[in-house]
Ligand binder design. Structure first.
Ligand SMILES: [Zn+2]
Length: 262
């Protein structure tokens, strides 16, 4: 796990697998964690890592969307409350146990042991678009459907920071998961463009934090990929630097979803 201080009030940790990101933000003696790293040792190390950065104890866990690799914060902070967009709360309700099953499948495949089951009970739905108080500051919540049916981006104006969930990733191509759609994805990219232009640092769901300029370049490449995907299907070129076998597998999934008219 790599940890990067992106602002006096924000630390980003990048997981050793899938580069899944986790962002701690603080204000007025309170701290929230946005999403989570994946591996048990990383989750175990988080409290002391934030302690060393003189962060107050994390009281709230915000999640950008309901994919299981972003939901593991309670392994680090068992007593923290969970806040998520209404669309994510809805997805967690309508797919009970899905995240737990997928986590177990991952753990079984990689011989990973956890200290206990994943607990998501009591996840609090937040209005999106909307706001959320952290200490003496306010976080902005913006809707981000398209990758999945649910999702929110979190903007911390005082920290010049946007956590956008699974969009604008330097390591992963746009991924139309079940519940996602190219039209919603496109709208979300346009919404994100306006948000990216307001901040200095963008934290994607996967990959290292980006400068505003780099994030805008990735966003443009993602838009071009979606255009080509809808126009050409399987022969659409993948964004530069994101064409490994793993990315081509995601691309094949996208082609199927676009052709199915999802
Ligand atoms: Zn993800």
């Amino acid at each position: 796990m790599r940890a990067v201080g992106v602002h006096a009030d924000a630390v980003v940790a990048v997981s050793g697998i899938w580069q899944t990101t986790c962002t701690a933000v603080r204000a007025g003696g309170e701290a929230f964690l946005i999403d989570s790293p994946v591996l048990p040792a990383e989750l175990e190390a988080l409290p002391s890592l934030l302690d060393q950065a003189a962060f107050p104890a994390v009281q709230g866990l915000l999640i950008t969307h309901a994919d299981w690799d972003h939901l593991l914060g309670r392994y680090a902070f068992p007593d923290a409350s969970i806040g998520c967009g209404e669309s994510t709360a809805q997805r967690l309700r309508s797919e009970p146990g899905a995240a737990q099953r997928e986590l177990r499948a991952f753990d079984d495949e990689h011989y990973v042991e956890r200290p206990g089951p994943l607990r998501l009970a009591g996840a609090q739905p937040l209005a999106v678009p909307g706001q959320c108080e952290l200490g003496n500051r306010t976080l902005e919540l913006h809707p981000t459907p398209g990758h999945t049916a649910d999702g929110m981006a979190i903007l911390a104006p005082w920290a010049d920071l946007l956590c956008c969930g699974d969009y604008v990733s330097p390591v992963e191509i746009p991924w139309l998961s079940p519940g996602g759609s190219p039209a919603a994805y496109r709208e979300t990219l346009e919404r994100l463009r306006g948000l990216v232009e307001r901040v200095r640092t963008v934290v994607p769901g996967h990959g290292s934090p980006l400068s505003r300029e780099d994030a805008l370049a990735v966003l443009e490449a993602d838009r071009a990929y979606l255009d080509a995907l809808e126009r050409e299907g399987a022969t659409a070129p993948l964004p530069e630097g994101r064409s490994s076998p793993a990315q081509r597998k995601i691309h094949a999934e996208n082609v199927e979803r676009v052709h199915a008219g999802a």
